[in-house]
Design a protein around this ligand. Structure first.
Ligand SMILES: C[S@@+](CC[C@H](N)C(=O)[O-])C[C@H]1O[C@@H](n2cnc3c(N)ncnc32)[C@H](O)[C@@H]1O
Length: 469
């Protein structure tokens, strides 16, 4: 019996070392082993690096590791591999031994490269190998944070918003650029910029006086509201509605005037994207320079934040639109945005360059200007239909649980039905509060009313559509 087994072993051994297909198998396994080895070494080399660029690499390598781990876990052994694993070590060829060594090395790598979060992700997404999720992870302050493509930890040069809210009011809000060695001063204490660098956006940091300030990246709305101004800007709520009126989309060619501080130029730039273009005409040289500066500052900050360029799709021109026929010669526009005192004076110049059926959206602060515009159109008989005149009200509300003067929640008062409150109900309300959960769901009255601080009137928007006679 023993002799028979030895003979079978010998046969299998010869089969293993001579078969051509096994050579191929060995080669494939060795290449796979080398790949896993390189994956492991990349993991160890990036784990402790915290720069933005390296975070991207780190999240890439984590993704690769997760895939390698899953690939290896799912791969079933071939019949020959199963047989080779049954053989004693001294009966195996050096190639097979090398293969086994690689396998052990892979196993040593696994506990380091696969985080608990990765495993959870894998369990949730059984198709992760075939279609890897675009979301990676980044580490900060000992925690793993999801990292979207193009979003990374805060870096110097970025534009941030610092905010402190107290009693449902914004007490402090400031936009600033993150700079090495700089400090953020406020009545609530100081924060070093160096302490913010490398942190995820959207977190609270305590000042020197222990006050928690919230930090986040500036949105485009934040930016135009806080950037240095020349003249008054088109407010974001109105700019958004003008984009709707004009039906601006990616790839459009748009004419804008005046450039002013450059707020509308930025919204238009984002709407038309890298395939589109905006011509922005401004009569005053100082305003022309201001709009250019504001546009460039946003682009620089964007490139740092996203690692990609904001499109350079706005052409700022210092000229009077009333006399800019030569500048517009040969150009056509899908739509026009006007924010200047006398729009009816520039319409004759703009008209030939606006596509038939295209919209000219006009931003006017006073209703008397709207009347002048309509009267100008009536007298000049320009082919524009006035489709709408709107004001865009945005009303902030305050909705929050009602609190007593001592900071405790108020209690919702039930009508007196003549029956005493059951003692167990009273006990359960008390127990909730002791747990720190607060009163039970629905038992707290709310205050809900328009916020005392509201944005006042900004503008009237007039939608003019060009028609063909
Ligand atoms: C209120 S600002 C525009 C603000 C701009 N929409 C923004 O969001 O920053 C109006 C601008 O129009 C410019 N302007 C007035 N008449 C003009 C004209 N005929 N041609 C070009 N610009 C003109 C003014 O110099 C001023 O800078």
């Amino acid at each position: 019996m023993a002799g028979h087994a030895a003979l079978r072993c010998d046969f299998l051994l010869r089969l293993l070392t001579s078969s051509r297909s096994i050579q191929t198998l060995l080669w494939n396994r060795a290449v796979f082993g080398r790949n896993v080895e390189s994956i492991c070494s990349r993991t160890f080399s990036t784990a402790s690096i915290r720069s933005n660029q390296d975070d991207g690499q780190s999240s890439d390598s984590m993704q690769t590791q997760r895939q390698a781990h899953l690939f290896r876990r799912r791969r079933s052994l071939s019949p020959l591999e199963r047989i080779s694993s049954l053989l004693p070590e001294d009966a195996l060829s050096p190639e097979v031994m090398q293969l086994r060594g690689k396998e052990q090395q892979e196993e040593r790598c696994d506990p380091v490269i696969v985080t608990e979060e990765d495993c959870l992700q894998t369990q949730r997404d059984p198709d992760a190998v075939e279609e890897p999720n675009a979301t990676g992870f980044q580490r900060a302050g000992g925690q793993v944070h999801p990292c979207l493509l193009g979003e990374s930890l805060l870096s110097f040069g970025e534009l941030l918003i610092a905010e402190f809210r107290k009693k449902r009011r914004v007490e402090f809000r400031k936009m600033f650029q993150l700079q090495p060695g700089a400090r953020l001063h406020s009545s609530w204490g100081v924060i070093m910029h160096d302490d913010l660098e490398g942190q995820p956006a959207g977190r609270f940091m305590k000042t020197s006086r222990g006050v928690p300030i919230f930090f986040r990246r500036a949105s485009l709305e934040d930016y135009v509201l806080h950037m240095k101004r020349g003249p008054a800007i088109s407010y974001p709520k109105d700019a958004a509605n003008m984009l709707l009126m004009m039906d601006v989309m990616e790839g459009d060619c748009v004419l804008e005037s005046g450039s002013g501080s450059g707020a509308m130029s930025l919204f238009l730039s984002r709407a038309v994207g890298s395939k589109g273009s905006v011509l922005s005409v401004e009569v005053r040289e100082d305003h022309h320079r201001r709009s250019l500066k504001n546009f460039e500052r946003w682009r620089t900050s964007w490139a740092l934040r996203r690692g990609q360029e904001w499109p350079e799709n706005v052409e700022f021109q210092n000229a009077d639109l009333c006399t800019a026929s030569s500048l517009l010669a040969g150009r056509g526009f899908h739509s026009v945005a006007l924010d200047l005192i006398h729009p009816h004076l520039v319409l004759p110049v703009v008209l030939p360059h606006l596509h038939p059926g295209g919209v000219c959206a006009t931003y006017l602060a006073n209703i008397t200007q709207v009347i002048d515009l309509l009267e100008g159109l009536r007298c000049s008989e320009l082919p524009f239909l006035c489709e709408r005149i709107v004001e865009v009200p945005v009303r902030d509300w305050m909705v929050a649980p009602a609190l007593q003067k001592d900071g405790q929640y108020c209690a919702r008062k039930a009508p007196d039905l003549g029956e005493p409150l059951r003692s167990e109900e009273e006990a359960s309300v008390g127990a909730d509060e002791e747990d720190g959960v607060g009163p039970a769901f629905g038992s707290v009255p709310y205050i809900a009313r328009p916020h005392p601080e509201q944005m006042s009137h900004t503008a009237f928007l007039v939608k003019l559509r060009k028609f063909v006679k």
